[in-house]
Design a protein around this ligand. Structure first.
Ligand code: 5AD
Ligand code: SF4
Length: 518
């Protein structure tokens, strides 16, 4: 068969396949059309809620199966990432796996041989975006039947999502979950050679696979996972179901990864976890906490160390003492509060009160006087009263947060809060979000103004998004700075004199060159 004939045959196969899938209900599809040696594994949210006692195994033996080692030669992959840093980092891992199979990366959907959507389930609008994209990709699949389209990430852990894709989006070839990333080579093989949609979603977390490849996005800043999963079960949140139970990586593996990044010239690491300061709580054989880990990383010769996200409940005195040493441990703490009302916090199962949060803030400010605090806030939790919302407004001011990610509560199927009746009208929720954002903007602008005339240290990341003649980077407190300076400073930490503060960024001149930003 020549190339032309092969393409025609592939087109015929795909069209046949399409026709058959279109006429099949999802149940039928699961039972009838998966090949005999392949069993689909769909998610089960009840199973995902359960916390098992089984010990987590640490595995160091990941490898690409022999028959897939060159599967990507001459082929291109594209991964669209939605959601948090954890997903960004999972994308780096998947990109690493693709590259080990010989694939190269592309940004162009038209030249991709495989497209993955690495999805986020945290709010409904995140999911709507993904379903929109799934729809947009359909014509591409009809044009190019060899194209593999996959859905992974948090949405694939949801029963309702997988069901909807099986029923309505038969052009999807592959669905796999957050615990199945290391299975990517096998799953691609199934999707390439099988004729049916491949679904592999484990509802309970598996082992920690240590030696997965990573194709990191940049050469200056790097994400380092320190733990996976969440056991907090805030009543609004889907994450404990999509990411499984809390599992910490061994300290020596994390430290080795950070040392390796230093050797490669990275200047900043961000330690990642759904709940980083619960780190180590799951060790049976080791008395080692997040504070201990930070203390050990403090001694490594990397200029900047950040972490996200921490939970107020696990923010202990030892951690505060360690952070107070400063040095490479930066004085910016993202500490999600979610609400300023103790009653709402109780309903959210946050396990702290307004007063306890404020007391923690007082302790942190005493130990780290120059600290910058930022937060996450949800407005319009079911039945939130005006008074309860006002408490969030006063807390925002009292703490003096310099930035906040703010959200309208979004009911997530399978979470306790989603079962509650809610008497707060949507326009009231919107109005609350608007008022809160006004306050956030005001506090951010005020915090920025304090820098006018001051000199700050900036890790230069590259050209600014809007103007290639301007460089951009971040201060220790994570403020974006735009300034004119030589490109040779990219990847270095330089001193910049701030000339003008905007609401969300600073303009400046590099202290040495004194070239002003226009
Ligand atoms: N609705 C709105 N916001 C949510 N978040 C988590 N779950 C929901 C939800 N169901 C927010 C929290 C969390 C951030 C990552 O997303 O503020 O800290
Ligand atoms: Fe969700 Fe709460 Fe866990 Fe954060 S701590 S991931 S909000 S359940």
């Amino acid at each position: 068969m020549n190339e032309q004939e092969r393409k025609q045959q592939a087109q015929i196969n795909a069209e046949d396949n399409f026709e058959r899938i279109k006429q099949t209900s999802s149940e039928e599809m699961i039972t009838k059309y998966f090949h005999t040696n392949y069993t689909p594994q769909t998610p089960d949210i009840k199973k995902a809620r359960k916390r098992r006692k089984e010990e987590v195994q640490f595995k160091y033996d990941f490898s690409i199966p022999e028959d897939m080692q060159t599967a990507g030669e001459g082929r291109k992959f594209l991964i669209r990432t939605y959601g948090c840093q954890m997903n960004e980092h999972d994308t780096e891992v998947m990109a690493g796996i693709f590259m080990e199979m010989g694939y190269t990366a592309t940004e162009d959907v038209n030249e991709a041989d495989i497209i993955l959507l690495n999805t986020c389930a945290i709010r409904e609008n995140a999911e709507n975006k993904v379903f929109g994209e799934i729809g947009h990709l359909k014509p591409l699949k009809l044009e190019n039947p060899d194209l593999i389209i996959g859905v992974c990430g948090c949405m694939s852990q949801e029963e309702s999502v997988v069901d909807r894709i099986l029923k309505k989006h038969q052009h999807i070839d592959l669905i796999f979950g957050t615990h199945n990333i290391h299975r990517l080579p096998h799953l691609i093989k199934e999707a390439m050679f099988g004729k049916e949609m491949v679904v592999e979603v484990w509802s309970t977390e598996g082992d920690i696979i240590e030696n997965l490849p990573k194709a990191r996005k940049g050469k200056i800043k790097a994400w380092v996972n320190i733990m996976y999963g969440c056991d907090k079960f805030c009543t609004y949140c889907i994450v404990p179901m999509t990411r499984g139970k809390e599992r910490s990586r061994r300290p020596e593996d994390i430290i080795q990864e950070v040392r390796h990044l230093v050797a490669q010239g990275y200047k900043e690491v961000t330690l990642l976890g759904q709940n980083v300061n619960a780190y180590g709580k799951d060790f049976d054989d080791l008395d080692y906490t997040f504070g201990d880990l930070m203390n050990d990383i403090h001694k490594i010769d990397i200029p900047r160390v950040r972490f996200t996200t921490s939970h107020p409940r696990d923010f202990d005195d030892h951690l505060i003492d360690v952070l107070a040493q400063g040095g490479n441990l930066l004085d910016h703490i993202h500490l999600p509060v979610q609400s300023g009302s103790s009653e709402i916090l109780k309903k959210m199962n946050r396990k702290y009160t307004r007063e306890a949060y404020l007391e923690l803030v007082r302790k942190i400010k005493k130990a780290i006087p120059n600290v910058t605090l930022t937060t996450d806030i949800i407005v319009g939790f079911p039945n939130e009263t005006d008074e309860q919302f006002e408490e969030t407004m006063t807390l925002m001011e009292e703490v003096g947060f310099e930035a906040a990610y703010t959200f309208i509560y979004s009911p997530r199927e399978g979470t306790p809060a989603a079962r509650k009746k809610d008497d707060v009208p949507e326009d009231v929720k919107k109005q609350r979000l608007y008022r809160l954002n006004e306050l956030v903007n005001k506090q951010s602008a005020e915090s920025m103004r304090k820098y006018e005339g001051k000199t700050v240290k900036v890790l230069v990341e590259g050209e600014s998004k809007k103007n290639p003649d301007i460089l951009a980077g971040y201060t220790e407190k994570n403020k974006l700075v735009n300034f004119k300076g030589p490109r040779s400073t990219i990847g270095q930490i330089v001193e910049v004199e701030i000339t003008e503060a905007k609401t969300w960024s600073l303009d400046g001149i590099m202290a040495e060159s004194k070239i002003e930003v226009k």
